[in-house]
Design a protein around this ligand. Structure first.
Ligand code: PMP
Length: 394
């Protein structure tokens, strides 16, 4: 493989937009610009396009009707509306919320904000694979609990939570279940009815749609308040003139995901397992983060003792490979990821972690290239590291 070739293996941090999605968006940037709320024909044609997109998203997650889908500006906003909107509307019934300690910051921080406003929040621990402790969930759930928010899958470690089992526990009480499916959507089949989900966060870019648009599924009858007040768009839940090209593009991305998901899922799993084996087996003191099988099809999260993930990342970048040392949202702080620490990894173990996330343009030869170059990268860095035992340096 040519050294100038660039290999992108950081799809959790950002994805390209599918060209079929861009094609359907373009007319809505050039020709179809009427405000969907206007009653003239320009508005009517764009309204139809927004509603068609809503149907496609509802179909992707087996939602009962399109009116359960609310467009937002992305996963962060959907999570904020779900958590703060449900909390505010239901505080007459209770003030207790449960979440997990490995959620994304857009779930953890709204929960922490609510703690400064009279709510109590329980952060459930996880085991060494990142699975939420279901016994603790049962114990913590009370008549005062109004909401439980657990992610479908964690993008940093790949582990997929047993959402149906969680939903059955949550619904023994009067609480709602919110699920952040950002890392999972477009990768695994989602079924809000079958899995008993009351609110579900979706992100367009995570399924090769445009950035800056997301959605929140809200089961009919769920008590929730808006955070943004204005002209009353999205049935009053999320005011603001519609992001027309974004919504249409998201709809197309959902349609493509529904059609191609199972085939792509299988292809990615093969690449994933080949990469995991190829970069762990030949290298001693190397480990997989997250569960070996109950993990996202595109997720290869590993760690190497005695060296830092950032150093591996830089070496890989020099060889044309883009990966990540963890959550793109927190890498700027250089603090080890809270997710890895909560799984019980020591500070230095968490620091030695590396994340490859595959996407639909990745080919087998790219995975083989990474498998080829990793042993030397790790060896060279271990030789330089003061933490490496002498016998490993020889
Ligand atoms: N939830 C999860 C699980 C995520 O991985 C992310 C980051 N992609 C978000 C929420 C936030 O997404 P965004 O920054 O697009 O709003």
């Amino acid at each position: 493989m040519s050294k100038t070739k660039r290999i992108y293996l950081d799809h959790t941090a950002g994805r390209f937009t599918d060209s079929r999605v861009i094609e359907v968006m373009l007319p809505f940037m050039k020709l179809l610009y009427g405000n969907p709320s206007s009653i003239h024909s320009f508005g009517q044609e764009t309204r139809q396009a927004v509603e068609d997109a809503r149907i496609k998203i509802a179909e992707l997650i087996s939602a009962e009707r399109k009116e359960t889908i609310f467009f937002t500006s992305g996963a962060t906003e959907s999570n904020n509306i779900a958590i703060k909107g449900v909390a505010d509307r239901n505080k007459d019934r209770g003030t207790h919320i449960i979440t997990s300690s490995i959620e994304h910051m857009s779930v953890l921080n709204p929960c922490k904000f609510l703690m400064t406003n009279g709510f109590k929040v329980t952060f459930l621990p996880v085991d060494k694979y990142g699975f939420v402790n279901l016994e603790r969930l049962k114990e913590e759930l009370t008549d005062d609990t109004i909401l439980v928010s657990i992610m479908y899958a964690n993008g940093e470690i790949g582990t997929i939570q047993p959402i149906k089992a969680i939903s059955q526990i949550v619904h023994t009480k009067n609480a709602y279940l919110h699920v952040d499916a950002t890392a999972a959507n477009g990768q695994v089949p989602l079924d809000v009815k079958g899995e008993g989900i009351d609110l579900l966060t979706l992100s367009s870019n995570d399924m090769y749609g445009p950035k800056g648009v997301g959605a929140l599924y809200i089961k009919k009858g769920t008590r929730i308040k808006p955070l943004v007040h204005g002209g009353g768009q999205e049935r009053g839940l999320r005011s603001g003139t519609e992001n027309l090209p974004g919504m249409v593009g998201f709809g197309k991305a959902a349609e493509i995901a529904k059609k191609e998901l199972l085939t792509e899922n299988k292809r990615l799993k093969n690449l994933r397992d080949k990469l995991i084996k190829g970069i762990l087996d030949p290298i001693s003191h190397s480990f997989l983060n997250g569960h070996p099988t109950k993990r996202l099809p595109n997720n290869v999260a590993v760690r190497y003792d005695f060296i830092e993930g950032e150093s591996i990342l830089l070496s890989l970048d020099m060889m044309g490979v883009a990966a990540s040392s963890g959550s793109a949202c927190t890498t700027k702080t250089l603090e080890p990821s809270h997710v890895l620490r909560e799984m019980g990894l020591k500070h230095e173990e968490a620091h030695g972690s590396l994340l490859f996330t595959l996407g639909k343009q990745n080919k087998e030869e790219e995975v083989e290239y990474v498998i080829d170059i990793m042993p030397n990268i790790v060896k060279r860095l271990r030789v330089m590291s003061p933490l490496t035992p002498k016998e490993l340096k020889e």
